[in-house]
Design a protein around this ligand. Structure first.
Ligand code: TYD
Length: 427
């Protein structure tokens, strides 16, 4: 039996309220209306726009038409992409595709806008056909679902499911003669979905995977690391990148080194303790490696195997740069010491926040409390920088080197583009 699944877009694959609300606010401001409050904004999700501007903001017909024009003006340029893919959706689509399912989309959002959203988030490679309203023609959900089906397929001979978050999706599926899954993570409630007669109710994205593809292998996630000298702005960039990874529907897990799990965090306390001034360099490099061995096995590998994107604040490159370069133990020696800890687990990509050691030192001087490593002298940091440069020279494919002396948002944008590109390539 051939297998086919048709998805609704808003509330099922993506959540669009951020863009919708920003555009409603924009239209209100442009026409001199007071900024709508949160409960009013929430009502805008679902019904036709003109109706909402009239009913919820008290506009007359002429004003509502103007508001729709203003809304679209912003929506078509930026609002469209102020959208989030639900966490786990990429994993669901990857699994379905691998298991040989045909995937279509039937949505009430205009077809061109839907296509742009799906392409923007790189979901087009999973989806064969997208059906939404074109021009002023407003087909009902039944027709949209029928059009999204592959030519010649029918519910008597094939296994066909519609997946949606509202009763309109379920009613459309019933009208089109196909089975339906109501999902509980979107805008509708379990009660609404069950009352409208869905064949199956799934609370989470994982429930949909388990229901449609029971026992399917989990597609591997990815391992990413972020590196840089102290004061390179790693914390800010990790925060910005985390939001982007999540927005694209990858399942993010954050970790750090030294640390990331209870045993390694204990080792971290010993390593960074300002009272341990007499720690030998060899002890130090072995403690970092020991913390790493535990972290790789207990956190990094399990996260990747579970399909998540593990984003790690520092990894073995830090040892090579700081202990190999800074402490002068030598690049190759530190790599050899770390070989059993790392045991072949290498990041798919490593973001290097490029600031030279002088800039890094100035930024550090502005910080209040320095830890043991940060207290080391300036030539230490010059050698650490040289260690990083050597690593980048050896492995230019893995490193994403960004000029980290610019404005944080600008740096964040470049990192986001490059990292998302790599993640999508690997899917
Ligand atoms: P942390 O407070 O996490 O600093 P940062 O925010 O700069 O990452 O402390 C980590 C310190 O440990 C940092 O100075 C770099 C150093 N380090 C090494 O020397 N070797 C290593 O292998 C790792 C992971 C970190």
């Amino acid at each position: 039996m051939r297998k086919c699944v048709i998805f609704d877009l808003d509330g099922t694959l993506t959540r669009s309220e951020e863009g919708i609300w920003n555009c409603v606010r924009y239209a209100a401001e442009k026409l001199g209306f007071p900024e709508p409050d949160a409960p009013t904004l929430r009502k805008f999700i679902g019904p036709p726009l003109g109706y909402s501007f009239r009913e919820y903001m008290g506009m007359d017909d002429e004003m509502a038409d103007k508001a729709v024009v203003a809304y679209r003006e912003r929506y078509n340029v930026v609002g469209l992409f102020e959208n989030r893919v639900f966490p786990g959706i990429r994993r669901l689509l990857r699994t379905l595709k691998r298991e040989g399912w045909y995937i279509g989309v039937a949505t009430g959002k205009p077809q061109r806008a839907s296509e742009r959203i799906i392409e923007h988030f790189g979901l087009d490679k999973f989806i064969t056909k997208i059906c939404g309203p074109v021009g002023d023609h407003r087909p009902d959900k039944i027709d949209l679902i029928r059009n999204a089906l592959p030519e010649g397929w029918n519910a008597d001979m094939d296994d066909i499911w519609m997946v949606g978050d509202r009763k309109f999706d379920v009613e459309g599926a019933i009208g089109a003669g196909v089975k339906s899954i109501g999902v509980g993570y979107g805008y509708g409630s379990e009660e609404e979905l069950r009352e409208s007669g869905c064949t199956q109710y799934c609370e989470t994205v994982q429930d949909v995977i388990d229901f449609l593809c029971p026992g399917a292998a989990i597609p591997a996630g990815a391992f990413l690391s972020v590196e840089g000298l102290d004061g390179s702005g790693k914390g800010t960039q990790i925060r910005l990148l985390s939001d982007v990874i999540d927005r694209y529907g990858f399942e993010l897990q954050l970790s750090r080194e030294p640390g990331g799990c209870p045993i390694s965090e204990k080792l971290r306390d010993i390593i960074l303790d300002r009272n341990n001034a007499d720690m030998d360099d060899v002890t130090e490099v072995l403690l970092y490696a020991a913390a790493r061995a535990q972290h790789v096995r207990q956190v990094i590998r399990p996260a990747v195997a579970a399909g998540r994107v593990l984003l790690c604040d520092r990894y073995v490159d830090s040892s090579v740069a700081y202990q190999g370069g800074g402490r002068q133990l030598g690049v190759q020696r530190v790599l050899d010491i770390n070989a059993p800890a790392v045991d072949g687990t290498t990041p798919m990509a490593t973001v290097y926040l490029d600031v030279d050691h002088e800039t890094s030192m100035k930024r550090r001087a502005a910080a209040t409390e320095l830890d043991r490593l940060e207290l080391a002298g300036d030539s230490f940091h010059a050698r650490t920088e040289a260690g990083y440069r050597e690593l980048i020279r050896r492995d230019p494919e893995r490193f994403i080197v960004v000029d980290a002396t610019r404005a944080p948002e600008e740096i964040g944008k470049e990192i986001a583009e490059k990292v998302i590109g790599r993640l999508m390539e690997a899917e």
